[in-house]
Design a protein around this ligand. Sequence first.
Ligand SMILES: [Ca+2]
Ligand SMILES: [Ca+2]
Ligand SMILES: [Ca+2]
Ligand SMILES: [Ca+2]
Length: 274
Amino acid sequence: MSASRSPLNSNDSASVFLNGGDGTFSNEEIPVLPGELEINNPSDVVIDDLNSDGVDDVVYGDYNQGVTVLLGLGNGLFTKTNQHQFSGLTDIGLADFNQDGDLDVVASNDSSQKLSVFLGSGDGTLATGTEFSVGGYSNSVDVGDVNGDGNLDLITGNTGYSSGSVSLLLGLGNGSFGAATNYFEDDSVASAALGDLDGDHDLDLLWTTDPGSGLVPTLSWRLNSGSGSFGETNQFLLEETELEQVELADLDGDGYPDLIALSGGSLFTFRNEI
Ligand SMILES: [Ca+2]
Ligand SMILES: [Ca+2]
Ligand SMILES: [Ca+2]
Ligand SMILES: [Ca+2]
């Protein structure tokens, strides 16, 4: 899941909330090896077990500091394994792009028109990033098999100089990606996400725009034909509410993903009625 780029915590520590097993979370702030981790401007945090030791690890994306892996020690503390420093990181995703069983990391960037893929070694370290060009300065990245060939693909939501776009990069299954196809070149795209909106087992595309002051932001979606091409645009106007980050999850248990969005420090949900 993604978080907004607004600071979660401005101290040089990460907040860890320990689950008491009784439905409560302790709210103590546990330092992550004090002095070793500078949390500057958090963009995103994702959690999974990178080194397959049964303990969840944290991949932390910072706008100014790049990607950092924090391996869980099993007692609520973490140790930092490696960091790939760069600026402009807006969003990260975690998946096995080269199908070797080890989780890899993708990061979007709004300082260059490229995204970076870091292949995981399986011990919690990440190889040097490989860059792939996209259609603008990216505010978001999401992962899924859009064309149903078994290889994970990437989409980014982009801002350009005068317009935005959504870029689709088809995965080759070996950690590399084909050239970006850029869709819907219109208003600046604040965030784009993949999910099966209509329940026909292919991933549909949803995005929000940030058209600038005085113009109305929109929420749009297109249904997947099944082969990775998308049908006509469905859209509704968001009035003044500009959505900064969107994610899809089934909130009401009806089997169809609903929309969760962050905007101006508030959390919004939209029930899927497609
Ligand atoms: Ca682990
Ligand atoms: Ca991998
Ligand atoms: Ca694919
Ligand atoms: Ca679908």
